[in-house]
Design a protein around this ligand. Sequence first.
Ligand SMILES: [Zn+2]
Length: 363
Amino acid sequence: MENGDTLASVLGKAKIPSQQAHAAIKALSAVYNPRRLQIGQQIALTLNPDDSGQTLVGLELSSSFDRYAGITLYPDGDYRSFVTPKDLTKTTVASSGVISSSLFADGMQAGIPAATMANFLRLFSFDIDFERDVQPNDRFEVVFERYRDRDGNVVHTGNLLYAGFTVGGKERGYYRYSDGNGDDAYYNPKGQGIRKALLKTPVDGARRSSGFGMRRHPVLGYTKMHTGVDFAAARGTPIRAAGDGVLTFAGRKGSYGNYIAIRHNGNYATAYAHMHKFARGMRSGKRVKQGQVIGYVGTTGRSTGPHLHYEVMLNGKRLNPSKLRLPSGKSLKGPEFKRFKQQIAVIDALRQAETDDELVAAR
Ligand SMILES: [Zn+2]
């Protein structure tokens, strides 16, 4: 694939008649979206020259880190698709390090891939304020999967199976576990899921009355981007802080009316508008806990009736709160907890051994 190529143009350059090319692409689409093709991607074509030009007999490409996808021409003249697994070896790597400069730099030093460190950061982002809490000599630990091809080249970094972080002498650890429904989540050694990072609904029993995105503005009339989610509720209904954090604003703010903004860990912030009034003691700099009442639903500012306008920001950019993928916060019980304990015993053995196939290979 080169710049500007499509699969059709690649087949055209190989002198495949367009009707054949069309049938081939259609068959391939059952197992691979040709729009995902990228510049530089290898496509293996099997061709059979004949009087009228070329016949495409087969096509194969790498469709993901662990699979090939392709098509084969059958004697009946039809193309049929296939998917085959690549011959890969999965190893589990345990690695740890101590903070000396920054978590990312020290992670790289310990041979931990950047994607794994990013995942690690996300897991702890609601427990730990990375800018303020993390100090030199705090210790991090990961167990993750690594895939190699037949030649021993690392082709993919798999799941993060364990993430441990000792900050200020306090140790936290999360294990990845796939529950009976096939949902993957992270749990502490007691089988408790990571606490909900942000509440989805910061008002008890409220109904979502308007979503995120373009809409006709109820007061101004014209179409406008709606930068948050509206929850309709009776005047005076308590509004709760969506997560632990620090108030960065509490006061009157133009069309937002009575408005509170909270900065959370993990570079998230939330904002609450049109409040009737604030809860006692709410002012800039005040620390709040998740679920703590910060104010009451009202219709101050530019508003047609009592509701909460709620916004979520990541690094200052507004997000759709209903699309946030948040940890479940559930706890494992009974047979499921037993299965979890068996699984974490295996991971703990790896942690003890601190196995790294890269280091072993180098020895
Ligand atoms: Zn709104």
